[in-house]
Design a protein around this ligand. Structure first.
Ligand code: COA
Length: 155
């Protein structure tokens, strides 16, 4: 696998994966385009044979304490072989490089695969938003990762 920064040229490929991965709550093309263009975060694509097979993004305003994992998804045939973990670790590193001290994300309560990945990388559940995902009527779990300490310079 090969990770690189996503650009506007990746929008079609990312939207195809977005719609396949989140059929009931995919982001709009307009919203995703704005995300890719934003200086306040970074999106990465996982490329195989010149084809985008995964993507993920982090919003992390430089100088801000808090950052958010915005999204992460892989093509179904590429799941379960460690690519998601590699992508997530790269996004965590990006947030840390931008100076974030806390990293947050939201995950559907009916997505045990993603939850297991996040827990294994140190995220902990801090809150639930009941029935947040509509029309599916599924709770959102809010998770947090402390980026301070572990050899870093705490302020
Ligand atoms: C969630 C997702 C990004 C994880 O990426 P992945 O490449 O499949 O995951 P990895 O192979 O890196 O595995 C990481 C961990 O996820 C969990 N996991 C992966 N596949 C799993 C499965 N089939 N069943 C249970 N847990 C699983 C395990 O904890 C695994 O760690 P382990 O291999 O040490 O057991 C990917 O499955 C995906 O695109 N899912 C659909 C989109 C989505 O749900 N995105 C998250 C939205 S919050």
């Amino acid at each position: 696998m090969s990770l690189r920064t996503a650009t506007g040229d990746d929008l079609d490929a990312i939207m195809a994966l977005e719609q396949a991965s989140f059929p009931t709550d995919a982001w709009s093309r307009t919203a995703m385009s704005a995300e890719l263009a934003s200086p306040h975060g970074r999106y990465l694509v996982d490329v195989e044979d010149d084809r985008v097979v995964g993507y993920g993004g982090v919003r992390s305003v430089r100088g801000a304490d808090d950052a958010d994992i915005q999204t992460i998804a892989l093509e179904p045939s590429r799941r379960g072989t460690g690519r998601g973990r590699t992508l997530l670790r790269a996004l965590i590193a990006e947030a840390r490089d931008r100076g974030a001290r806390e990293l947050f994300l939201e995950v559907r309560a009916d997505n045990p695969v993603a939850q297991a990945l996040y827990v294994s990388e140190g995220f902990v559940e801090i809150a639930r938003r009941p029935r947040y995902y509509q029309p599916d009527d599924v709770d959102a779990i809010i998770m947090q990762l402390n980026l301070r300490g572990e050899g870093g310079t705490d302020r």
